[in-house]
Design a protein around this ligand. Sequence first.
Ligand SMILES: C[S@@+](CC[C@H](N)C(=O)[O-])C[C@H]1O[C@@H](n2cnc3c(N)ncnc32)[C@H](O)[C@@H]1O
Length: 324
Amino acid sequence: MSIRKSDYENYDYQQFWEGNKRLYEDYSERIALRRLLRGEETRDRLFLDIGCGYGRLFNEYRHFSRIVLVDYSMTNLANARMRINKFLSDTAGNIPRVLYVAADAARLPFRAEVADIILTVRMVHHLEYPEKYFDQVRRILKKEGLYILEFANKRNTKNILRFFIGKIDISPFNKIPSQVGETIKNYHPAYINDQLSSRGIIVEKSVSVSNFRLGLLKKVPGTNVLALLENLYQRFLPFIALGPSIFIKGIKEDPQRHHKASIGIRQSTHTKKNNFINRLSDFTDIIICPGCGNTNFRPGQEMIECSNCGRSFSIKKGIIDFRI
Ligand SMILES: C[S@@+](CC[C@H](N)C(=O)[O-])C[C@H]1O[C@@H](n2cnc3c(N)ncnc32)[C@H](O)[C@@H]1O
């Protein structure tokens, strides 16, 4: 099991973002994400947010026609569902179809090559074996699909300075992931690059994020000035990867590019308003049993059962529990 002790079941993650304390980081992450998603077709496309938490970033990708929110924490997923249902009931226009799935990122219950876009923000630092999760990304992402990943950057300005004045022993320049406390890992950009390219995912863009995240700076010039500076940094110097957080945009290679058929999915995108409560029937073409990989399920009372291995998966308050 690759879930680590940083379990979000009994932790109020929403409260981490409430108030003004992290407005700057939230803003920095959103502008990076907007930049990386700019120009992406949203119609007939399946978007997966893996390690979605309480759906903080949902409104940045709400235009995609089908969206799956995945997390290991039932508490976070329940909060995400509540928040998103409220958000969608106040929204005009097309409503996406949304599914909530509890699963381990290292054992995802989705068919191969179904996702047009996979997003993961602030999650890989929790994984004991990130390689297993990257294997899943490779499996699930369509050819030429987009992978947007945020990771904590060990080679950041603060670490470099601390290393040179002898405050930390581990070099921020070596590629090996560094353990911070018991449950967090920071990664060197080259390590992430190697992990992805060895799986056929080519990093096309990299954006250094939260570049001015220093306690004093946050207090003195204030969030508005920092937001302006951040915007300029991300626009003109995104490749100087010295921020504490890096967003990358990777594309999964397609070895037979010119033979490729349409990557669209067939279903209609025009979902009526008030029809957004997640329906498994909108997603039966993408789910598999995380135990045996079978694609057929028998429906039951508040559960579905794998017709091959017999494992049952509960559906509670609109969340399918695929954790095994
Ligand atoms: C710091 S939160 C980030 C949430 C969201 N992406 C955001 O940026 O607001 C990390 C999330 O990753 C989830 N997580 C940690 N390990 C996981 C795993 N092995 N599989 C799936 N989710 C996991 C946690 O439950 C938590 O909701």
